[in-house]
Ligand binder design. Structure first.
Ligand code: HEC
Ligand code: HEC
Ligand code: HEC
Ligand code: HEC
Length: 469
């Protein structure tokens, strides 16, 4: 009886209350937009927007002298205000990123309209981004600063160690999502080159603040990477994830070595190969290539690692040089002696390699070189389960190469070359690249997904069914 009469009153009261709330909210922000996108813009706005890159240095850059970067970097919000949003009061308070510029964490909860005005130069005309970004992008940034920053001190210690309550086991469960693209150890994609490889473990340990920001907002320009904020991840989950990823390796010698074997100067990010021909090149006359090709391990020792005893035993690639199947049994010292010219002064790569490149090649030769014969038929067809290969291709390769493998053309318009072409013409090359990745690109290494050689053979067997032109 009683409740029946009170009920409408309660409803009415609730309604008034809701109106007041809505009033407050609208007073707080008349702006609508996507703060998560704002987080990506903060990282690298032109990549997130897919717009033209800014030219020269940001006007405010000249007001500092300590950070010696120039050009594009100077236009990133994060370069001046920090991954931890604390500028000179945070991780960028010292080191090569130091500028002395203020942080923006104080914007948390501030009126978005006011923040928007700052981004349009209200406080400093040199801080006007409206000529390089559209209104909605600026609004998204303002909303990000108003509500989506996090105080990283709640996730990581100032010395980069995870907080004591981080649970790496729980982090491992979260990481299962990441591993579909980054590999089971976070090493499938090298974000840098093979002079200084950078994997998820490297970022998490070396720059946890960057790791947290990207885990929350995704990678700008890479629409596929899931953003923690849109999944409503809680602070504890980032603590756990960081604790786990910091335990992952920061190197992957076998796959790095495989890319060096393919094309070491590209893998190492060198602009050009060494000048002239490799000295041993003059000891053969059958292979008429010159320059950069003559410096590639694969050009002399083969995609099947068998040199003159394998596929390069005839045809335009014939040199008569030996393969490396027996070298697999050599010790690290002996292999290094081959690579640094001790065994043969004309086989000296020491002017180009650091200690780590020798270790990569040694690891590759000792464990990465595997006889491909069991996987390839005489007619070059690869023995594999194409249905399984198709699912691997779609899960990892299709995002760049396209569902039909035709998104990237390695040849030219007249003579196109697609993944399907390479797989059909040269399955040994395809098996190598599918295992170790493509030097100088961010193409993932199949082996670092935990794929077996049969898995990779399945994948190449499927590539052989894709269009070749
Ligand atoms: C080249 C360095 C640089 C870049 C890039 C830069 N800022 Fe700033 N920002 C500054 C400096 C310096 C100030 C203080 C300027 C002043 O008021 O004189 C500032 C101030 C601010 C403020 C006001 C902070 C306060 O407490 O008053 C906000 C908000 C801000 N920046 C956001 C951004 C965003 C978002 C981006 C990226 C679109 C960005 N900034 C890019 C250098 C930079
Ligand atoms: C659907 C694929 C995909 C998933 C899933 C994914 N990522 Fe990524 N991630 C990428 C790609 C692609 C890049 C950009 C790599 C490049 O530079 O080529 C990237 C880049 C990154 C970077 C930036 C590294 C740098 O220095 O530039 C971090 C950090 C990162 N991912 C963390 C994660 C975490 C943590 C997860 C899981 C919560 C995750 N990613 C899940 C695809 C993915
Ligand atoms: C220009 C051709 C050429 C290039 C490029 C080349 N090699 Fe060699 N490599 C040779 C020749 C020829 C020999 C045998 C030399 C000798 O007997 O003195 C050899 C020998 C070796 C051996 C010893 C093999 C054995 O069984 O005794 C190893 C290991 C080796 N190379 C690895 C590599 C690696 C790794 C690279 C890339 C960094 C590379 N080579 C690049 C031509 C080349
Ligand atoms: C991040 C994007 C990306 C992904 C993902 C990717 N690739 Fe690639 N791939 C490239 C790029 C870039 C090239 C080099 C194009 C060039 O050199 O012109 C390439 C080249 C290749 C080549 C040979 C090119 C040559 O030099 O002849 C093969 C084979 C290949 N990819 C296979 C694969 C396979 C198999 C997968 C899945 C395991 C894969 N790719 C995933 C970007 C990617």
């Amino acid at each position: 009886m009683h409740t029946k009469r009170i009920f409408p009153l309660v409803l009415a009261a609730l309604g008034v209350f809701a109106l007041i709330l809505a009033g407050c909210a609208s007073q707080q922000s008349s702006l609508t937009g996507n703060p998560a996108r704002g987080g990506q813009l903060y990282d690298k706005w032109w990549a997130a927007l897919g717009t033209e890159e800014p030219v020269g240095d940001h006007p405010l850059w000249a007001t500092q002298t300590t950070n010696t970067r120039s050009g594009l970097d100077t236009w990133r919000c994060k370069e001046c205000h920090g991954w931890d949003y604390k500028g000179a009061d945070g991780a960028y308070g010292s080191g090569s990123h130091f500028t002395g510029f203020i942080g923006v964490i104080t914007m948390d909860g501030k009126d978005p309209d006011e923040i928007l005005a700052i981004l349009k130069g209200s406080t400093n005309p040199d801080h006007d981004f409206s000529s390089v970004m559209d209104e909605q992008a600026l609004i998204d940034l303002a909303l990000f600063l108003n509500q989506s920053m996090i105080d990283d001190a709640t996730i990581v210690n100032a010395d980069k160690s995870p907080l004591p309550n981080g649970n790496a086991n729980a982090g491992k469960t979260i990481f299962a999502l990441c591993s579909t693209c980054h590999g089971i150890q976070g090493t499938a994609i090298n974000f840098d080159n093979d002079s200084e490889p950078e994997y998820l473990g490297t970022v998490a340990s070396g720059n946890p603040w960057e790791f947290i920001h990207k885990a929350r907002f995704g990678q700008p320009g890479v629409g596929i990477m899931p953003a923690g904020v849109t999944m409503n991840r809680q602070t504890q989950e980032y603590i756990d994830l960081l604790a786990y990823v910091q335990s992952l390796p920061t190197e992957s010698f076998v796959t790095e070595g495989g890319r060096l074997y393919d094309n070491w100067w590209k893998a190492m990010g060198m602009a050009e190969p060494p000048a002239g021909d490799q000295p041993l090149w003059a000891t053969q006359i059958t292979n008429t290539r010159t320059g950069g090709d003559t410096w590639r391990c694969k050009e002399c020792h083969g995609w099947d690692y068998k040199g003159k005893d394998g596929v390069y035993g005839s045809g335009s690639h014939l040199t008569g040089f030996p393969g490396l199947m027996d070298a697999r049994n050599m010790s690290a010292e002996e292999l290094t002696a081959w690579l640094n010219g001790t065994k043969n002064p004309d086989h000296d790569f020491s002017p180009y390699f650091e200690e780590s490149q020798f270790s990569m090649l040694v690891a590759f030769i000792q464990t990465g070189i595997v006889d491909r014969a069991p996987y390839v038929n005489d007619d070059k067809s690869v023995k594999g389960d194409t249905a399984h290969g198709e699912s691997l291709f779609n899960s990892v390769c299709a995002r760049c190469h396209g569902a039909d493998g035709k998104n990237i053309n390695f040849g030219d318009a007249a003579e196109p070359e697609f993944v399907g072409t390479v797989a059909s013409d040269n399955p040994w090359e395809a098996l190598h690249k599918g295992s170790f990745g493509q030097p100088g690109t961010h193409m993932p290494a199949g082996l670092n997904f935990g794929w077996t050689l049969q898995d990779i053979a399945d994948l190449i067997a499927y590539l052989q069914t894709l269009p070749t032109k």
